[in-house]
Design a protein around this ligand. Sequence first.
Ligand code: PAF
Length: 287
Amino acid sequence: MKLIKSIEEMQKLADLWRRDGKEIAFVPTMGYLHEGHLALMRTAKSEGDVLVVSIFVNPIQFGPKEDYARYPRDLERDLRLAESVEVDVVFVPEVKDMYPEGFQTTVDVAELSKPLCGKSRPGHFRGVATVVTKLFNIVKPHVAVFGEKDFQQLAVIKRMVKDLNMDLRIIGHPIVREPDGLAMSSRNVYLSKEERYVALRLSQSLAIAKNLVKQSILDGAEILKAVTSHLCQDNALRLDYAELRDPDTLDEVSVISKPTLLAIAAFVGNTRLIDNCILNPAEAYTA
Ligand code: PAF
């Protein structure tokens, strides 16, 4: 496994691979890898001939009051984990090279970036779309894999790739969960033992919603009432949003008449967590 820090070196290697007819698979990450990332890497590995993983904590996708400075970082550990799934190249660019003085070009996926996390994290998806575009131009992948936990991010990236005629395939990977249901996230490390217990309310409330749909309760307001009353049973959790949206357009949904995204974001202590599922009316029991 090779560690590359230089943008030019990464581009030259990508050119060489492409000339040799190799399919480049890519998993962009912000590091502090966990089993969820490794699952994306295994999928990516099966989709290409060579696998590149980037590790870059992207400053422009964090708001001024967010956790950029304290975001967990451990390159040594990340390299060991990447090696364990046979990554070919770990690309670790530096902030000064990604955003040199005078940098001023950004990518804005206008509408899909507005609701949900875009509302509470203004500029976040501009930062994501911009860095992902840059990484695609550097790694030159044929296929890239993203986790469905960041459902809106995946929707934004798919739209961007389509709108800007980027010549690669985007694959979404199902959410990887801890045995107790907590969606895997690098930010879970922030949680105390008590907070981690409270955090389980996110996946529990998704299960409550799925059960309601199974019982043919398809009214959005009724589902959201049950979800929020489980989440907000006390003030150990502060809800940012719990919303029903069309999975493609992210338009609001009031009745579950087709597969619908239930997306949740909440603060447990100072940690912002997200989770989601698709509610499918076809799963309602028929008498
Ligand atoms: O999902 C992430 O880890 C990041 O948002 C990404 C896609 C690597 C861009 O910085």
